[in-house]
Design a protein around this ligand. Structure first.
Ligand code: FE2
Ligand code: FE2
Length: 269
């Protein structure tokens, strides 16, 4: 089974570069399921119903979230009607769920979403929570488990690999919008600290550079904007799992809108 995982989609430039490439990549790589973090898909903040439908139409099957999950209130309804989840360690009373079960040719795939602590909203401890969740999935016979760890600190994501790496098929980091160069397949788990954004690559983490630079240079802020035109990047991790749900190989695909495709590979010994 092959799965594609796209990191944070940022605004319209992110959605459009997915439109341009994803259907072809699904065929070229024989992808059975595509998961994408969509917390910034609607002008950088949250996900609207319209953009959710748009992304489903481009070939995304499941959408995860993060600290921006609740920015657009329309998502409350999407949680009930669409394959959209948010981090599972939000308080129990928060709308939505943190697990989605996808059926891939009769095999149940659990997509999990978790959020770290550093600089993040107050959520339950992801590290003490995750082992119990994974154990109960395993007890139900579910072996294909994909985890989106949405966190600022690389250490939090890296630590998670040591906590549940031997039990899950993949741990894909999101949130920083900057892709890291540590894709690996270790002990049957596909791991990367951050997949990186899909959207504008010539601003500051997908946003127009004006407001972040003003903030850093003068201490004054403003409303973040996403340019209508920019140089975009598409980033996706593709990984393959065996029948036992262990990852046996992974690739990171980067497509610049004005340059050749870059592929980085990681294979299990
Ligand atoms: Fe994000
Ligand atoms: Fe985030």
């Amino acid at each position: 089974m092959k799965i594609g995982f796209i990191g944070d989609i940022v605004g319209k430039p992110g959605r459009l570069i997915i439109k341009r490439h994803l259907k072809r990549l699904r065929e070229e790589h024989f992808l059975d399921l595509v998961i994408a973090n969509s917390e910034n898909a609607s002008h950088g903040f949250g996900l609207t119903a319209k953009n959710c439908e748009e992304l489903l139409g481009y070939g995304i099957d499941v959408m995860t979230g993060g600290n921006h999950s609740f920015d657009k209130k329309e998502i409350f309804e999407l949680f009930e009607t669409h394959p959209v989840i948010r981090p599972m360690n939000y308080p129990l009373s928060a709308p939505g769920k943190g697990i989605y079960f996808a059926d891939v040719n009769g095999i149940k795939v659990a997509v999990l979403n978790l959020m770290g602590h550093y600089t993040m909203p107050m959520v339950d401890n992801p590290f003490t929570m995750i082992s119990g969740v994974v154990a109960s999935l395993k007890a139900e016979g579910i072996t294909h488990i994909v985890l989106d760890m949405h966190a600022e600190a690389s250490s939090e994501k890296n630590a998670l690999l040591h906590i549940v790496g031997e039990e899950v098929s993949a741990i894909l980091g999101t949130h920083t919008h900057i892709g890291t160069d540590d894709l690996q397949v270790i002990g049957g788990c596909c791991y990367v600290t951050d997949v990186g954004l899909t959207g504008c690559r010539d601003g500051v983490i997908g946003m127009d550079k004006a407001v972040p630079l003003k903030r850093f240079l003068s201490g004054l802020g403003g409303h973040h904007n996403i340019p209508n035109e920019c140089q975009a990047i598409f980033q996706m991790v593709v990984f393959e799992m065996n029948e036992q749900g262990r990852c046996i190989g992974a690739e990171k695909i980067k497509i610049y809108d004005d340059a050749p495709k870059v592929v980085t590979s990681a294979w299990m010994d």
